[in-house]
Design a protein around this ligand. Structure first.
Ligand SMILES: Cc1cc2nc3c(=O)[nH]c(=O)nc-3n(C[C@H](O)[C@H](O)[C@H](O)COP(=O)(O)OP(=O)(O)OC[C@H]3O[C@@H](n4cnc5c(N)ncnc54)[C@H](O)[C@@H]3O)c2cc1C
Length: 345
């Protein structure tokens, strides 16, 4: 194995998984993040069994420990999603508990700095995520467990989707996910989404990243007009309750950096992984699964081959990126119907 040192930018799921895999193999690296603390807006992610099994192996922990969430069943199917969004903590704790590597001059830079990657923007300024034409608003609701039992529990119990329920009105999708439950309270995440026709007043694809909490008035008006919803959707999408909450205007970002650009960059010693290289829309996407796959695969490749010629890894992995991005676009269309509007850069 080559002794070239490695620099990883970003401690998201890709960067942390990669760092753990390299530590396990005794390969030195530096790990940087722009933020000194974990992300403030933590959210649950669904990892497929094939992904979390690979992760557990790298972390050296059992599936039971990884999936451990209060009083819920687990799945053993190799392809079905984990019914419990695994927390990031096992990964973060395991990674940060290791001895930091020695200082080296960077040889290979691995940009795992997310969909807004500064490394990608600096080196490939013409390439940016597309915004798919979908309106999507997301909020959180905390309820007492009594209210949950009274209004929600039966719908969740009979839902075919693990820990989530959904209701369609035309091409609009109303979904509710169970995020957490304590002895007294239940936290839900709700999302209202639909295709955005051209000039839709509820869709602002050019909003700055920092303006996700600015909700167009037209969106509140649209939610208030939802008529005769069945419970528990009536309770969650109640216009007055929604106005009192922190609501996020989600944008559906999709990205696939062209293969030839990746290869050129890798030839210069910079590899993009995770959302920095290929991003899938929040709704219908499986970006975290792809990010873990990149990290585990790249670490194994480096162990076998060193860092020279890493562009070959990019070429080998690219098919999975294309498939993932294509699949996620098909899924968001199937969830809502075809969008009339166009993707925006
Ligand atoms: C609400 C929501 C729900 C999702 N649900 C799912 C799901 O259920 N299943 C799924 O598979 N995927 C899901 N995803 C997508 C998934 O979260 C991403 O695909 C995944 O987090 C990408 O991991 P990453 O490590 O590439 O990037 P990120 O997780 O974005 O991490 C990037 C890291 O880089 C750091 N960084 C940024 N800029 C710099 C810089 N200049 N220098 C150094 N560090 C920097 C950031 O601080 C961050 O720590 C969801 C996404 C969202 C937003």
């Amino acid at each position: 194995m080559s002794a070239h040192p490695i620099t990883i930018l970003g401690t998201g799921i890709a960067g942390l998984t990669l760092s753990q895999c390299l530590l396990k193999r005794g390969i030195p690296f530096h790990l940087y993040d722009r933020s000194p603390t974990p992300a403030r807006n933590n959210y649950a992610i669904t990892l497929y069994a094939s992904t979390y099994r690979a992760l557990c192996k790298e972390l050296g922990i059992s599936e039971r420990v990884f999936l451990e969430r209060p009083s819920k069943p687990t799945t053993n199917s190799p392809t079905s999603p984990s019914p419990h969004p695994p927390p990031r903590n096992p990964l973060r704790n395991t990674s940060t508990s290791q001895t930091p590597p020695e200082i080296h001059t960077p040889g290979l830079v691995i940009a795992a700095d997310g969909v807004h990657s500064a490394a990608r923007a600096a080196l490939l300024p013409a390439i940016a995520p597309q915004i798919l034409p979908y309106v999507a608003f997301n909020g959180r609701r905390e309820l007492s467990n009594e209210v949950f039992e009274e209004l929600y529990a039966a719908a969740f119990a009979s839902s075919p989707i693990p820990l989530a329920i959904a209701h369609k009105i035309g091409d609009a999708l109303l979904s509710i996910a169970l995020v957490a439950q304590t002895a007294n309270t239940t936290t839900l995440s709700w999302t209202y989404s639909r295709p955005a026709p051209p000039a839709d007043p509820c869709f602002n694809p050019t909003r700055p990243v920092s303006s996700a909490t600015q909700i167009p008035e037209a969106s509140y008006a649209e939610l208030a007009q939802l008529q005769a919803l069945p419970q528990p959707f009536r309770d969650v999408f109640d216009g007055e309750k929604v106005r009192g909450e922190r609501v996020l205007h989600w944008l559906m970002r999709a990205l696939l950096v062209p293969s030839e650009e990746l290869t050129k960059l890798a030839g210069k010693g910079v590899v993009l992984v995770g959302d920095a290289g290929h991003a899938e829309a929040i709704l219908g996407g499986e970006g975290a699964n792809g990010a873990v796959g990149d990290a585990v695969g790249l670490a194994g490749w480096i162990e076998e081959n060193g860092v020279e010629g890493v562009e070959r890894w990019c070429g080998e992995r690219y098919g999975a990126w294309e498939e993932g991005v294509g699949r996620s676009r098909d899924r968001i269309t199937a969830m809502h119907g075809e969008a009339e509007g166009k993707a925006v850069l």
